[in-house]
Design a protein around this ligand. Structure first.
Ligand code: PLP
Length: 402
């Protein structure tokens, strides 16, 4: 087939697609000797491999169900566990009709967009935000309005003017997307006061809020903020969480909770996408959780990642004083660095030559920006590499500065 014909063949969506900036980094990261602060990967050294292997006895016990197609909304024992386990965070045990198991939170996001977004509709996102969200939303035809964040998260006071001007422009504004805890990439957490205000604004303008919370369980300092879902009194918050960061991303098991009519539409979309999330994966995760392993694993990874967070902070203090500006995140996976006067996309190529990888700032901005910023992940690299990677980063900055 000639190239010209293929161009005609592709959909508008496929023609407009841009590669995921983080997935594109994989070939660089796999180079021998490379220290990766790039992807938001958990530490594989701490994966609970033995416990997972033990839980595969679910196949001997219930293989006839586990190896069969499953319900689109999810494996019932897992839904039941999530509803009970999350009740303290959600303010109540959610009903089965309010809960959908998804193939990663990434799929939850996509199903939500498929259910709500027509091409040209607006979504309000944080500046910066998770590139995977920008990618999915863009694939579904969304346009973006961006709100800056500071160390207490989204600057909610800017919302009313933005919402009004969006509405005056004739575009439908479908939802506000926020990563409330230990934001990816900025590391910030939305303060309780701003959470209240955000919900007041959303209620006043009658807008849905999509609360994406894959890092909320991973707090290293301070006390938890209430979820927006638990503070919401009129069913406008859709809440997503995942086993990826607290257990194993290879399982591809996550969940999304919200108004039953929205969840129902997402179930209908999912029927045409993958029929159901792998029942084998759901059953393994479910058995792991039911045995109490998740509850014992969480304190272990929190202690492990806190040490790594401190390790990266120490390494920055040793090798990068005066070079970079940052706040120490109270949880999650990431440091967000500002390097005044340095274009971090240029820096990236020098850093790769020196043997350290990160994600440059532009990747996190839906409408441009972030030239002098970058994200480093502290959970994946091993302790010595946190130091050596920071030393290499300094050498790369020295080689990039004008
Ligand atoms: C904020 C945020 N949302 C969603 C996801 C997707 O996670 P999952 O592995 O559950 O698809 C990620 C992954 O890095 C993330 O950082």
């Amino acid at each position: 087939m000639g190239l010209l014909k293929l161009e005609v063949l592709f959909s508008n969506t496929a023609r407009g697609m841009k590669p995921s900036p983080i997935r594109e980094l994989l070939p660089y990261i796999k180079r021998p000797g490379m220290i990766s602060f790039a992807g938001g990967n958990p530490d594989p050294m701490i994966f609970p491999i033995d416990e997972f292997a033990e839980c595969s006895d679910i196949l001997a016990q219930n293989g006839k169900e586990v190896l069969q197609y499953g319900p689109t909304d999810g494996y019932a024992p897992l839904k039941d566990f999530i509803s009970r386990w999350m009740a303290p965070r959600m303010g109540r045990a959610v009903e089965p009709s309010e809960l959908l198991i998804t193939t990663g939170s990434q799929q939850g996001m996509d199903l939500l967009c498929a259910a709500l977004i027509n091409p040209g509709d607006y979504i309000i996102v944080e500046d910066p935000t998770y590139p995977g969200a920008i990618h999915t939303m863009r694939n579904r035809g969304a346009e973006f309005l961006t709100v800056p964040c500071d160390k207490d998260g989204l600057l909610v006071d800017l919302l009313p003017k933005m919402i009004e001007s969006a509405r005056n422009s004739g575009h439908a504004l479908k939802f506000i997307y926020t990563i409330v805890n230990f934001q990816n990439p900025a590391g910030s957490t939305l303060s309780t006061e701003r959470r209240k205000k955000l919900l007041e604004i959303a209620a006043f303008y009658d807008i849905i809020v999509f609360e994406d919370d894959p890092y909320g369980h991973l707090r290293y300092d301070g006390t938890d903020e209430p979820t927006l879902f638990s503070m919401d009194t009129d069913g406008r918050v859709i809440y997503a969480c995942s086993f990826s960061k607290i257990l194993a991303p290879g399982a591809r098991v996550a969940w999304i909770t919200g108004h039953k009519d929205i969840i129902r539409k997402m179930v209908l979309v999912k029927q045409g996408v993958d029929m159901c999330t792998s029942v084998v994966a759901q059953a393994l995760v479910s058995r792991y959780c039911e045995k109490g392993y998740l509850d014992s694993f969480l304190p272990k990874i929190i202690a492990h990642y806190k040490k790594k967070r401190d390790g990266m902070a120490e390494a920055f203090k040793k090798y990068l004083p005066g070079y970079v500006e940052y706040d120490i995140p109270k949880g999650g996976f990431f440091f967000w660095l500002k390097i005044p006067g340095v274009d971090t996309e240029k820096l990236f190529h020098n850093a790769i030559d020196k043997g350290v990888a990160f994600v440059h700032g532009r990747s996190f901005y839906a409408c441009g920006g972030g030239e002098n910023c970058l994200r480093t992940c502290f959970t994946f690299a091993q302790e010595d590499d946190l130091l050596e990677g920071s030393r290499r980063l300094r050498a790369a900055i020295d080689g990039t500065r004008p």
